[in-house]
Unconditional design. Structure first.
Length: 94
């Protein structure tokens, strides 16, 4: 009986150590990915701010090819900016 309890206790300790190690590794990966996401969000916000500054000066016309590409890039950046900022705002309200 004592042998069975010792084996079960050993199995429990081994499982706890393994699960603790897995949890620690997963937490480290989450921290790395979170920092990448924050940096990416900051980059998107900076590019969005700069492109709005260029757009406010009316440097590009919409009727030429460069203006069309600029408008498309502006719309894409606007969507990315809304998505990244709306996710942050949703988490802050919860």
């Amino acid at each position: 009986m004592i042998i069975i309890l010792s084996l079960l206790l050993g199995l429990f300790v081994a499982t706890t150590v393994i699960l603790g190690y897995v949890t620690y590794n997963c937490q480290n990966k989450i921290d790395i990915y979170e920092s990448w996401i924050v940096e990416f969000k900051d980059d998107i916000n900076e590019v969005y701010r700069q492109i709005k500054l260029v757009d406010d000066k009316q440097i590009f016309e919409k009727d030429d090819d460069v203006g069309g590409v600029f408008s498309d890039l502006y719309l894409i950046l606007e969507k990315l900016n809304q998505r990244t900022n709306s996710n942050v705002q949703d988490k802050e309200t919860n």
